[in-house]
Design a protein around this ligand. Structure first.
Ligand code: SMO
Length: 774
């Protein structure tokens, strides 16, 4: 049979996003657009102490306020929100102790949010304070108070070392040490997090609305914690205005709202305000790494040591503690694209009195890249060599694939060196070096930073997808158009377009005739969801696999009705043709009519209907995307301001489904990278109060800070169906390392080598004032 997929009409093209007409015209329905008659709205009283015993809670005045329906404490809602893997006991509403500022203590349901907020002001909680634990090094000390009594603050410890590491380190000609510090951040999605729930009064079935990355995973977690069966709970994910990992988590508020809908028999909704988002959306990063690198005179890196200390915050978080992701995965890819034979890692994850750590785009990646590129740049500076040259010397080469790194991760084929050479060309590297010297002579400080990244994608154990497969249903309706449903939970990535591209090509139909549904557990097959850069590769594989199965059935049916051989049937332009005889054709609609209503015409043994449900699991544990980011910045030592003057990305995520969508992901990732490197920071004071709870304190990049990017693609296919690799996180993984390396390069005359983020104007001024200009 002719394979349409070998001549794709849509796959690989810059197909305009099908979802954008409604999204950019304000017609998207987000969580806060969900409303029902009689709906109650919820406000939470949150802990304003970072570590304290709850002495008493006075809710009487709040209960008496007109319009208030319920004022709940733990006594009304005795539910636990716990994580199976690294169990800490967190209650949906704090029971007798609070462990971070922002922890929900009392929930109020009222006729409106205004009334609920007024009632919240009337609640009086008396606390008896403890000394908060706020820093990873202190948390690890024996003398420090235990965040969870009877349990060591260091809840995860792991040591790994390659054979011969100590000898390699000790016999190396040169060794350098530094400490890298990462600040706290959060996903800061444009759309705040929220949850709505209602119970069917007759069946008792619960329907939940939530902007979430993994609808089925959320349903499973809710059922486990509420003690309900999965056929009694439906999760519906509306449009999601940014998720970035923070909407992959299960939160205490979701349990409270569900429980209220079940007990009060009224629809209930809660959506966080911006302050709550900063306080109570999972945080990320927040780690200190003690690093040592050993190398020879030519710049060959021989061994890398990293003691990683990560601050989990008060609880393990569900479904997994972010500090484990930030460290264990960082250890897995610490050497990045470089052939470093020896590695030793020590990991300590500890509890503190801060908001729990979960996932934020890239999880391990910005940290691993910052260290790996920082180490190469330190070696280059120490030896007086060009940073690009030291990268060439250490880079994994073409003939090394498949390459097993010191953490035994198997890298499939990539284009590491080529991506760097191409990116160097895009910024005119050699020329820039000449100009840089001239600028310096004029007292201007320009720098260039290189970040060559590898990104483990489409993993069976990704943080948001606990399953290694993804699921797709394809149905050709009786009128001949196509409905496809996925278990994915997209949040702006354009799945409605990319999945439709793949399906349309398999079926030979117009992309406009394919409707992609997602995010409703009643209609979508059980799947893992979006996260860990997996949707395009694994979800795309499911789309292709289901498309192929449907194609086979259509061809069989058409061959039978047209009395032709299956090998002579072509699917194209919404029709099944007999090859070479264009007049002998049936439209997909005619085939669908036969399949659904004139079933006597079906070939013997063929079941009626046109509906395929399939699951796809790639033939690897993980596939590695790669690429290079190069940033050119100017640093103004007098004001501390940093301008990004030029930015190049050469990206290799295997075969492209839609280059425009891939580039959109790169644009967003680099923008977030600028935030991470220069702007965004969640700061706690010495009492454990979060002092950055508005957009005035937590600075996000705006258009003036985000440069135009020069983007090129290399396509080194993976072994997945379609040859795709993931790419959702790569740009945020690479960008902070490139940007900070550019700052180090610019400020070389002052002896500056960046070892902490964000690089703020105040930080620049401090470094410059301590340095010695050449
Ligand atoms: S940080 Mo993500 O949900 O892979």
């Amino acid at each position: 049979m002719a394979d349409m997929a070998s001549r794709p009409q849509f796959t690989g093209s810059r197909v305009t996003r099908l979802e954008d007409a409604r999204l950019v015209s304000g017609q998207g329905r987000y969580l806060d657009d969900v409303g029902f008659p009689g709906m109650l709205e919820v406000a939470f009283v949150r802990s304003n102490r970072s570590a304290a015993k709850i002495v008493s809670i006075d809710i009487e005045a709040a209960k008496r306020l007109p319009g208030v329906k319920a004022v709940w404490t733990y006594a009304n809602c005795p539910l636990e929100a716990t994580s199976a893997g690294f169990k800490t006991t967190q209650f949906a509403l704090a029971k007798d102790e609070v462990r971070y500022v922002g922890e929900p203590v009392v929930a109020i349901a009222a006729e409106s949010r205004y009334v609920a907020e007024d009632a919240a002001d009337l609640v009086k909680v008396r606390y008896e304070e403890f000394d908060p634990v706020l820093d990873v090094r202190t948390a690890a000390l024996e003398s420090t108070r235990q965040v969870h009594a009877g349990r060591s603050n260091v809840f995860f410890h792991r040591e790994r070392k390659t054979d011969g590491f100590d000898d390699a380190l000790n016999s190396a000609p040169h060794r350098l040490k530094d400490t890298f510090t990462f600040h706290r951040q959060t996903g800061a999605a444009m759309e705040n997090r929220g949850f709505a729930a209602l119970t069917d009064p007759f069946t008792g079935r619960l329907t939940c609305y939530c902007g979430h990355q993994s609808p089925h995973e959320l349903r499973s977690e809710l059922c486990e914690m509420l003690g309900m069966e999965e056929n009694m709970v439906r999760v519906v994910v509306p449009e999601v205005g940014g998720a970035f990992g923070i909407k992959a988590a299960m939160y205490p508020e979701y349990l409270v709202v569900s429980w209220m809908a079940l007990k009060l028999r009224r629809p209930v909704k809660w959506i966080s305000d911006r302050q709550e988002s900063f306080l109570a959306d999972v945080h990320a990063r927040d780690a200190v790494h003690d690093v040592e690198v050993a190398f020879d005179d030519d710049g060959n890196i021989i061994a890398l040591y990293d003691h990683m200390m990560a601050d989990q915050g008060a609880y393990a978080a569900v479904p997994f503690p972010g500090s484990i992701g930030e460290t264990v995965t960082a250890a897995n890819v610490l050497t990045g694209p470089y052939k470093i034979p020896h590695q030793a890692t020590v990991i300590d994850c500890s509890f503190s009195n801060k908001m729990p750590l979960g996932a934020y785009r890239g999880v391990w990646g910005p940290i691993a890249s910052f260290i790996q590129e920082g180490v190469v740049d330190r070696v280059a500076r120490y030896l007086g060599k060009d940073p690009a040259e030291v990268r060439r010397v250490n880079m994994i080469q073409e003939e090394d694939f498949p390459y097993k790194n010191p953490s035994r991760m198997l890298y499939d084929k990539g284009s590491y060196l080529q991506s760097m050479e191409d990116a160097l060309r895009l910024v005119g590297y050699e020329d820039f070096r000449k100009k840089q010297a001239e600028y310096r002579a004029q007292g201007r400080y320009l720098g260039v930073g290189i970040s060559v990244f590898v990104e483990p994608t489409a993993s069976a154990s990704s943080e948001a997808g606990s399953v290694g497969y993804e699921a797709a249903t394809i149905r050709i309706e009786p009128t001949g158009t196509v409905t496809a449903a996925f278990g994915l939970g997209p949040s702006g990535q354009g799945h409605e377009t990319t999945m439709a591209q793949l399906i349309a090509d398999q079926l030979g139909v117009d992309i406009k005739d394919v409707v992609v549904l997602h995010g409703d557990t009643d209609s979508a097959p059980f799947g893992g969801g979006t996260g860990g850069s997996r949707s395009g590769t694994i979800g795309g594989g499911a789309a292709i696999t289901a498309g192929k199965e449907m194609r086979e059935k259509l061809i069989k049916l058409a061959a039978h009705v047209l009395e032709a051989g299956e090998e002579d049937i072509e699917l194209r332009d919404g029709k099944a043709f007999v090859a070479g005889v264009p007049a002998r054709a049936l439209t997909i609609k005619e085939l669908a009519q036969i399949a659904y209503t004139h079933v006597a015409k079906l070939p013997e043994g063929m079941k009626p209907g046109l509906e395929i449900v399939t699951r796809y699991q790639p033939p690897f544990k993980v596939s590695f995307s790669n690429g290079t980011h190069i940033a050119v910045v100017e640093v103004h030592p007098d004001t501390g301001l940093i301008e990004t003057l030029d930015y190049a990305v050469v990206n290799d995520c295997g075969n492209l489904i839609n280059p425009m969508i891939v580039e959109g992901q790169i644009h967003g990732g680099v923008a977030q990278g600028i935030g991470e490197a220069f702007l965004e920071e969640l700061k706690y004071d010495e009492n454990g109060q979060l002092v950055t709870t508005s957009m005035q304190d937590y600075l996000l990049p705006v258009s003036v800070e985000v440069p135009r990017m020069k983007i090129e693609h290399i396509e080194t296919p993976s072994a997945s169906e379609g040859g795709f690799k993931g790419m959702g996180e790569g740009s945020l993984i690479a960008a902070p390392a490139a940007l900070t390396a550019a700052v180090s390069d610019a400020l070389e005359p002052f002896g500056v080598m960046v070892n902490s983020m964000p690089v703020t104007p105040a930080q620049v001024i401090e470094w410059v004032s301590q340095g010695t200009p050449a």
